[in-house]
Design a protein around this ligand. Sequence first.
Ligand code: FES
Ligand SMILES: [Fe+2]
Length: 346
Amino acid sequence: MSSRAPHRSYPLNAWYMACWADDLAGDRLLARTLLDRPIILFRDAQGAPAALNDMCPHRFAPLSRGRVQDGVVQCGYHGLRFDASGACLGNASTYSRFPPDTRVASYRLVERHRAIWIWPGDGGQANPDLIPRLSRIPEAGGHENLGNYLHVQGNWLLETDNIMDLTHVHYLHDGSLGNESMRAGDMRVSEKGGVIRAELWMPDTICPFGPLEGQLCDQWNNVEWHAPSAMIIDFGAVLPGEPPVQDEGGYAFHIFTPETERTTHYFFGSSGSYAEKDAWRPRMIGELQNRIFLEEDNPMIEAIQDRMAGRDFWDMHPAILSSDAAAIRVRRKIAKLCREEGRAAG
Ligand code: FES
Ligand SMILES: [Fe+2]
């Protein structure tokens, strides 16, 4: 009988966002399925992030049913303890000697850009230089719009398609982030150093929100993709003919991590760090993003997944528009990474 490996849409040798850095505070034990792997995240005694397989090697209890104390995880069943490297430290019972090589699988992590990044594949290839460059995420210190999270019932590539084609804003978000006037514009797609960028320039269109709401403006909505799944949007609006100067707070982040083939962790936020008197601003943007993604984007993504009913995107022969150029480039790059991994694994 021949067996075929199940189709996997994501590469494993890549950095994915596991959680926000602030999600791991004190002795918190965060259980999260990432790339179909049940994982626990916590901080060791020095405060460095750690990730272990969420299964005790003794009787296979989920370690997430235990607790973290002084940077060490203690299984909730018979008390075996594991350090951040996954090595077993035994338990407090005098009659529980354990085999010396007892351990739990661990994952490579890096804390950067206010987030924890995980490398689910071959740890020997985990090069931190490959972490998406999100330098617009402010360092800690002010009032910011970060730390947002949504769980989506949709494959992560449907989310990537959504962000890489911002013409959807003019239809799906008509009346909130977009409007009819924005449908007349110009799109350019480019690629440099593995980063794919789609620029949408919309001169003489009505500004849908913000200080210039309702006025005739020159607007832009550009997006940049960093492998495998981090996207930065730079957006703005100025009065017609004025230089298109980018606002410090005009960058939005969309980062997707596959939970499974059918579900996605959606992390988002925006740039800018504000003083107390302007604290309303990042709060307002965060609330707006939350509401729109929850009420407008996610229901569409989930409905699409429903209609696709488990079939492969390309097998369904989608009608490709010129505005799909950036999203299709991303899909091709991801498919290539998966193919290369498949070949390397024989
Ligand atoms: S199952 Fe974890 S210590 Fe027994
Ligand atoms: Fe959207």
